[in-house]
Design a protein around this ligand. Structure first.
Ligand code: SAH
Ligand code: SF4
Length: 381
C-alpha cells in the first residue's frame, strides 16, 4: 500500500521525502501543491523534477474521502457526507458568514462519550479517523469552494472548528498532525485563534494540547454542577467540573491572552432555569479563587426523537443569557444554521449502515442538491 500524503504534516512529509533521497525544500513544494493548490495527481506538479514525480507515483498517493452527498441549505450552509468505509460516514459543514467562512470538521466515526443530547453519541463509536481523513474534509471543502464560489484561487475557509462528529481529544494522535497542517504557512495558514478544538472534557489531553498545539479551546460544559453534568455527559464522572476548570486554567497559561469558550446546550427544563444561570456565573467567576477567563456560548438544542429532550423556549434562553451578561460574562446565543438540511450541531448522525433510510431522509429534505459525485471529479463542480 502506498502512503497517503494527506496523512503527513510538513515534518512527516519531510521525513517521507528524505526516505526517497529528496531534500526538505522538495517536501515543502509538494506540501504546497497538495494543500494550497489542492492537487491530487503528481502529474500536475509541473515544477517538480520528473524523476521525483516518478518516485512518488510508485510510493505515494493523495487520496481524499469518497463523497456520498452534498446538501446546500437555503442560508448557504453546505453539508457533505463522506464515506469512511464499513458502512460508516462522517459529515463536515461549511458555514458562510459576512466576515468569515467556517468549516466544522469531524474527528471520529461516531463517538464513545455518549452524551444524552447528542445524536452522534447515541450512534455509538465506530472508529477514529486518521490525520488524512480529518484533513481530507478541509482539503476537499476548501478546493471545492474555491471553484464553486469562483474565488480565483483566494482562500475561502478562514476558521476551522472541530465540532463535527466525535470527541477530538479521544483521537489525539491523529488530531495534532492535522491541526499542524491547518496552521502551517505552507498548508492552510490559519491562525492559532481561528482553529478551535471542542471537547467534552478529556482533562489529560487538554494538558497535552496546551503543550503541543495551543489552538482555541471550546469546552462543552452544559451544566453548572456535577450532579446534572454526570447525567448529561458520562465523562464527567471521570473528570468532574472542578478538575475540568483547573485544566482550563492550565491551558490558558500556554495562551495567556486567550479565553475558553464554554458551550452550553439549552435543554428545556433540564439546565435552563434562572438558578442554573446564577450557579453557572458563580462557578466560572469564582473557581479556584480567580475564576476562568471565558466566554459563554448558549446553543439552542437541536432535538432528535431518541433523546427525549426538548429545545428551551426562546424567552428562557434570553433570560438565561441576561443573567450571565449582567454578571459580567460575555455571552452569545448561537444562531442555528442549516436547519433545513440537518446540518446544525449534534444533528450529524452520518450513519449509512442503512443507506435506504438515509436516501429516503435526504429525499424528503427541502433544499437538497444530492449529487453522488465520484471522488476524482468533485472539484470541478
Ligand atoms: N465532542 C466534542 C465536539 C463535537 S460536538 C464536544 O462534545 O465538545 C460539538 C458541540 O455540539 C458540543 O458543544 C456539543 O455539546 C454540541 N451538541 C451536541 N449535540 C447537540 C444537540 N443535539 N444540539 C445542540 N448542540 C449539540
Ligand atoms: Fe461525543 Fe461531543 Fe456528541 Fe458528547 S457531544 S457524544 S463528546 S460528539
Amino acid at each position: 500500500m502506498t502512503a497517503n500524503l494527506l496523512d503527513f504534516d510538513l515534518e512527516g512529509l519531510a521525513t517521507f521525502c528524505a526516505g526517497l533521497g529528496e531534500k526538505r525544500f522538495r517536501a515543502t513544494q509538494l506540501f504546497r501543491w497538495i494543500h494550497q493548490k489542492g492537487a491530487s495527481r503528481f502529474g500536475e506538479m509541473t515544477d517538480l523534477a520528473r524523476s521525483l514525480r516518478e518516485k512518488l507515483e510508485g510510493s505515494a498517493r493523495i487520496e481524499g474521502l469518497p463523497l456520498i452527498s452534498q446538501h446546500i441549505s437555503s442560508d448557504g450552509t453546505i453539508k457533505w457526507l463522506f464515506d469512511v468505509g464499513d458502512g460508516n460516514a462522517v459529515e463536515s459543514v461549511f458555514i458562510p458568514e459576512a466576515d468569515r467562512g467556517t468549516l466544522c470538521v469531524s474527528s471520529q466515526a461516531g463517538c464513545a462519550v455518549g452524551c444524552r443530547f447528542c445524536s452522534t453519541g447515541h450512534q455509538g463509536f465506530s472508529r477514529n479517523l486518521s490525520s488524512g481523513e480529518i484533513l481530507a474534509q478541509l482539503w476537499f471543502a476548501e478546493h471545492f469552494l474555491r471553484g464553486h464560489l469562483k474565488t480565483d484561487g483566494e482562500r475561502v475557509i478562514s476558521n476551522v472548528v472541530m465540532m463535527g462528529m466525535g470527541e477530538p481529544l479521544q483521537n489525539y494522535g491523529a488530531l495534532v498532525p492535522a491541526l499542524k497542517v491547518m496552521l502551517d504557512d505552507h498548508g492552510y495558514g490559519l491562525s492559532r485563534r481561528r482553529v478551535t478544538v471542542s471537547t467534552s472534557g478529556v482533562v489529560p489531553m487538554i494538558d497535552r494540547l496546551g503543550e503541543d498545539c495551543p489552538v482555541a479551546l471550546a469546552v462543552s460544559l452544559h451544566a453548572p454542577n456535577d450532579e446534572l453534568r454526570d447525567k448529561l455527559i458520562p465523562l464527567n464522572r471521570k473528570y468532574p467540573i472542578a478538575e475540568l476548570l483547573d485544566a482550563c486554567n492550565r491551558y490558558l497559561e500556554h495562551a495567556p491572552r486567550d479565553f475558553i469558550t464554554f458551550e452550553y446546550c439549552m435543554l428545556d427544563g433540564v439546565n435552563d432555569l434562572p438558578q442554573h444561570a446564577h450557579e453557572l456565573a458563580r462557578l466560572v467567576q469564582t473557581h479556584g479563587g480567580r475564576g476562568v477567563s471565558c466566554k459563554l456560548n448558549l446553543i439552542p438544542f437541536n432535538p432528535f426523537p431518541a433523546s427525549g429532550l426538548l429545545r428551551s423556549p426562546q424567552h428562557r434562553v434570553q433570560a438565561f443569557a441576561k443573567i450571565l451578561s449582567d454578571a459580567g460574562i460575555v455571552t452569545t446565543v448561537r444562531k442555528t444554521r442549516g436547519d433545513d438540511i440537518d446540518a446544525a450541531c449534534g444533528q450529524l448522525a452520518g450513519d449509512v449502515k442503512d443507506r435506504t433510510r438515509v436516501d429516503r431522509r435526504i429525499a424528503q429534505q427541502r433544499t437538497v442538491m444530492l449529487r453522488p459525485v465520484p471522488a476524482d471529479t468533485t472539484r470541478e463542480a
